[in-house]
Write a new protein. Structure first.
Length: 209
C-alpha cells in the first residue's frame, strides 16, 4: 500500500486559491481563501477531498482595486457575504490541513495552485499580518498546475488545461476561490494519475520508502 507521506517526500499537497483586491500581497485585501485536501487511495491514485472556504474581511487599511472586483465579481460590503476576519479565516482553513498532515504522517503541507506564487504570497502576507504561529504550509515551495498543465496538455491557462484534461469548466463560475480550487484540484489529480498510468512512477518503490 502506498502512503501519502511517501508520495511527495513527506509533503501533503493541498490545493489553494485566493481572490483578492489586487496584485500586491502586502497592501491589497485578501477577500476569499479556499483549500482542498488531496486524498490518496491504496493504489496511489489521487482524489480531491474536503474543501474549506472562507470569505475574508479586508484588513484595516487594505487597498481594493475596482478592476479586481470587476474581475472576480466580489462585493466586499454585501450583507450576505458572511466574511470573517483574516485570523479566523486562516485558523479555520489551516486547522483541518494540520490535522490531515498529522493523520497522514507527513511533515508539512505544500501549496498546490495555478501560478501558486500569487496565492502563496497572499497566504504568507496574511499569516504575517495576524502573527499566526501554526501555518502548515511550506513557506516558499509549491506545486504549479500551470507548469503541469503545460507539460501534460500543452495548456497553461487554467480553463484550457482543465478542458484539455477532459474535465468540465463553467466560465460563469470561474474566479471564485471555491470553484477555481475545485477545478485545480481535479486537474492536479488527473495529471498525477495519468503519470502513474503511463508508468512514470513506480508504486512498489514508493511503498518501500
Amino acid at each position: 500500500m502506498i502512503e501519502m507521506k511517501n508520495r511527495f517526500r513527506g509533503f501533503l499537497p493541498v490545493v489553494v486559491d485566493v481572490e483578492t483586491g489586487g496584485f500586491n500581497a502586502d497592501t491589497d485585501a485578501l477577500l476569499e481563501l479556499a483549500a482542498c485536501l488531496i486524498e490518496m487511495d491504496d493504489e496511489g491514485r489521487l482524489h480531491p477531498g474536503d474543501l474549506i472556504m472562507r470569505h475574508v474581511e479586508p484588513f484595516d487599511g487594505a487597498n481594493i482595486e475596482t478592476a479586481a472586483l470587476e474581475f472576480n465579481g466580489i462585493r466586499p460590503d454585501h450583507p450576505l457575504r458572511l466574511a470573517v476576519p483574516e485570523e479566523r479565516a486562516l485558523r479555520e482553513v489551516f486547522q483541518p490541513v494540520r490535522k490531515r498532515v498529522r493523520d497522514t504522517g507527513c511533515k508539512r503541507a505544500i501549496l498546490v495552485g495555478h501560478n501558486p506564487f500569487f496565492d502563496l504570497s497572499f497566504v504568507n502576507a496574511a499569516v504575517a499580518r495576524v502573527g499566526y504561529k501554526r501555518n502548515p504550509f511550506h513557506p516558499f515551495s509549491s506545486f504549479d498546475t500551470a507548469t503541469l498543465g503545460g507539460l501534460a496538455y500543452g495548456q497553461t491557462v487554467l480553463a484550457r488545461a482543465v478542458q484539455a484534461a477532459g474535465l468540465e469548466w463553467d466560465q460563469s463560475e470561474a474566479h471564485s476561490a471555491r470553484y477555481d480550487t475545485e477545478r485545480t484540484a481535479e486537474l492536479f489529480c488527473t495529471i498525477a494519475n495519468r503519470w502513474l498510468d503511463v508508468g512514470g512512477l513506480n508504486p512498489e518503490t514508493l511503498a518501500k520508502t
